[in-house]
Design a protein around this ligand. Structure first.
Ligand SMILES: *[C@@H]1O[C@H](CO)[C@@H](O)[C@H](O)[C@H]1NC(C)=O
Length: 278
């Protein structure tokens, strides 16, 4: 009898695993479904959302191209229409000024501005740096590679950011409250302007650092998503594998990139039973 019951249980649990062939991500105890926005794209990496036009800008790796390894593209988040951006050398970074509605792109030779009418990038800062990451709050912040310096760009001129001139930073963000967040190979740090001190937030291997529409900060590592609250406390949101980057939509849905696709996570009532929790 015992054997029969265990066999039945075994069959039942196996049936459940096979039956529920769904792939969800749990965030705050709510299951989220994966909706693929773009597939067969090579290494989509740095992403930014223009909340005004509902456009997602991203970089990707162009295979077989000799001049530009990195290129920039964008997706209309309402229609999923996808386009590539021309006129930029090595388009890698992007940032949006919500107030002036300007979209900035970072190439390997400085700052560009996206022209929505022509779908082209205009080089507005010639002979500039090889830009790695951009972030817009009160002004445009960006980092360069391989030097890992932080610059600001205002009125057509780039300048080293004095507060971070003695440190390396590959990713940069601000919370709009005089705190500068940055990542280098030692981990994630917060520089508090008021106290002039740098706080270590953890040994995270960040591959993106972004803000939602209300300036709340989020980041990703290759294995998951996190947010940073106003007290500089880092919270893990989800374990996800093969993550390349993360952005947050205006309705708080997360969009992330993986090695060959861009995926939106939307709440679902679906309950999944995976091999792990059977
Ligand atoms: C990263 O930044 C911190 C804080 O400024 C600094 O102490 C550390 O040396 C930096 N790491 C590297 C590899 O430069």
């Amino acid at each position: 009898m015992k054997l029969v019951i265990s066999l039945m249980l075994l069959a039942f649990s196996q049936a459940r695993v096979i039956e529920t062939d769904c792939d969800v991500v749990t965030i705050h105890n709510i299951n989220h479904e994966k909706q693929v926005l773009l597939k067969n794209i090579n290494g989509p990496y740095q992403m930014t959302i223009d909340y005004d036009t509902n456009t997602l800008f991203f970089s990707y790796t162009a295979e077989g191209e000799t001049n530009d390894i990195f290129k920039s593209g964008y997706i209309n988040l309402k229609t999923n229409e996808y386009n590539t951006i021309t006129g930029i050398a090595g388009g890698f970074a992007s940032a949006v000024d919500k107030h002036s509605q300007k979209v900035y792109l970072g190439g390997r030779d400085g700052v560009y501005e996206f022209n929505a009418a022509t779908h082209k990038a205009n080089h507005i800062e010639k002979d500039g740096k090889n830009i790695w990451h951009m972030f817009y709050s009160d002004k445009l912040y960006y980092t360069d590679y391989p030097n890992e310096n932080v610059y600001t760009f205002k009125d057509g001129v780039s300048a080293l950011l004095p507060e971070l001139q003695d440190t390396k930073a590959l990713l940069i963000a601000t919370d709009g409250k005089d705190n500068l967040y940055f990542k280098n190979s030692s981990g994630l740090f917060c520089y508090k302007k008021a106290k002039g001190e740098t706080v270590f937030l953890g040994d995270y291997n960040l591959n993106s650092l972004t803000a939602d529409i209300n300036n709340n900060l989020y980041f990703s590592t290759p294995q998951g998503f996190y947010n940073i609250d106003e007290n500089q406390v880092v919270n893990k949101l989800a374990d996800v594998s093969d993550v390349y980057g993360l952005v947050v939509e205006s309705d708080n849905n997360l969009i992330y990139s993986s090695s060959n696709s861009i995926i939106r996570l939307t709440p679902t009532k679906k309950i999944c039973i995976t091999a792990k929790n059977v």
